[in-house]
Ligand binder design. Structure first.
Ligand SMILES: [Zn+2]
Length: 81
């Protein structure tokens, strides 16, 4: 049986299986992220960025930038292989 596996777009965890999660705003809907990233990164970011407090939205922005930088670094590394 061929298993449909994929790599987490956010942390790069390979051989994930199952439906995965929508990684937005870190990637496209077609890309997927693991449950761990969904719980620890994607959901908190969505909640923070919807907050009425400017402080929370600023936190979301800096968190977002940090994660995006990590993703870019990882993708560059993979391309350099
Ligand atoms: Zn992940």
């Amino acid at each position: 049986m061929i298993e449909d596996t994929w790599t987490c777009h956010i942390c790069g965890l390979p051989y994930c299986s199952g439906f995965g999660n929508n990684p937005e705003p870190f990637g496209e809907y077609e890309q997927r992220c693991c449950d761990d990233c969904n719980e620890k990164v994607v959901i908190p970011i969505r909640i923070l960025s919807m907050s009425e407090k400017a402080e929370s939205r600023a936190k979301a922005k800096s968190f977002y930038d940090l994660i995006m930088k990590r993703i870019e670094k990882r993708l560059q590394k993979e391309e350099g292989k």
